[in-house]
Design a protein. Sequence first.
Length: 139
Amino acid sequence: MIGRIMAIDYGSKRIGIAFSDPLRMFAKAHSVIANADLNILVPRLKQLAKQQDARLIVLGMPYAIDGSDTPKTLETKAFMKNLQELLDIPVISFDERYSSAEAEAELKKIGKSWQEARKMVDAMAAAMILKSYLESENR
């Protein structure tokens, strides 16, 4: 399948956004937006998806290390249900265990200060989720 994928790293305060290229080979961090009321957040996400011509949204699902649901998992599942009902683009979930830790490590490796990294970590986490998803699809 061809067309960009939008990845979302959902957080209670911030939401990281990443996009694939149209051929779905690469993942690139895009932006971080503040989590807000659904009436504000959903139109913003819809606008971003439309601007990038995204054909699919991959939402990182924060399972516990053993794969079980946590309170954050349940919150993210509720968010996903809202997106599925309010957007006209398919929304699927993908295991995001360790994505934020990987993003922080990557930002440290390239020499970003903690202040710089904090601003970027959610978008980088979304890119890590998308990268893992793309790799799983290409196996």
